[in-house]
Design a protein around this ligand. Structure first.
Ligand code: ADE
Length: 256
């Protein structure tokens, strides 16, 4: 899969590309990531890439022509590339969208700056806008890194072992179970006994139940889209009964 980043600050990507797991994937030829400096496509002595907004107001707007030329340049190489503009007004980037983007062999990511990008770019030059969250960044560069990182993880050969994806948070709609490594005792905190048992059936049941509980506590909103097995329902019933018993006893104590 090929990613082309259109940016005014290509240097922001060098340490990221030079040191991450993605570098290994690039070296193996599993993915390619390149940057195009939008400023190289600006005209005039000053290579101006922004201008004042029509209608007045504060801030500057990125001019459309250098961006359009940069997109054309990327498309010379990847004519069928899917073009994304990183913007706080875009579709919210989640697990499902990361997987959806896997269908494209090449993706162009436009990083906006200042007060934004001339709207005619969004109307005629990009396939969609994507936002990584409900907040405004100073530029789209960190968002481009987030999108590339999350998409690339799904590409076979990027991560060391395919298994690490299977059990990830969000893969089955739940948060991932708690992980432990050596030492067995850390201060007074012990690794749960079941994980030392060597009984894979019990371990896998414990992990599922741990995922369920963590999701209920941390991200209950996710549960609306999870299909629960009979075992899950039995487990949740038992938890519910225990909680109800605790509440009842506490209530009785209060009333005495
Ligand atoms: N550029 C500025 N804010 C952004 C956001 N939240 N997501 C993507 N791109 C952005």
């Amino acid at each position: 899969m090929n990613f082309v980043i259109l940016t005014l600050f290509p240097e922001m990507f060098s340490s990221w590309l030079g040191s991450s797991i993605l570098k290994r994937a690039i070296d193996k030829g599993v993915i390619s990531i390149e940057t195009i400096n939008i400023r190289e496509f600006a005209e005039g002595r000053h290579k101006t890439t922004d201008d004042r907004p029509y209608g007045g107001g504060s801030g500057m707007v990125m001019k459309p022509e250098p961006i359009a030329r940069a997109i054309n340049k990327a498309k010379e190489r990847y004519p069928n590339a899917y073009t994304i503009s990183l913007s706080p007004q875009g579709r919210l980037f989640k697990h499902e969208l990361a997987k959806e983007l896997l269908q494209y062999r090449s993706i162009i990511l436009l990083c906006g700056h200042y007060e934004g990008v001339d709207e005619r770019i969004h109307e005629g030059w990009v396939d969609e806008e994507i936002s990584i969250g409900d907040y405004v960044l100073t530029g789209g560069e960190p968002a481009a890194m987030v999108v590339i990182d999350a998409v690339a993880r799904f590409i076979p050969g990027v991560l060391g072992s395919r298994d690490s994806i299977k059990e990830d948070s969000f893969t089955n709609g739940l948060l991932e179970y708690a992980q432990y490594t050596r030492p067995r005792s850390f201060g007074r905190a012990e690794v749960p006994e079941v994980l030392l048992s060597g009984n894979h059936c019990r371990i896998s049941r414990w992990r599922r139940e741990n995922s369920l509980i963590r999701t209920i506590l941390k991200r209950p909103d996710l549960l609306a889209n999870v299909s629960l097995s009979k075992e899950d329902i039995d487990f949740l019933r038992k938890v519910n009964q225990s909680i109800n018993a605790i509440i009842l006893r506490a209530q009785r104590e209060l009333e005495q």
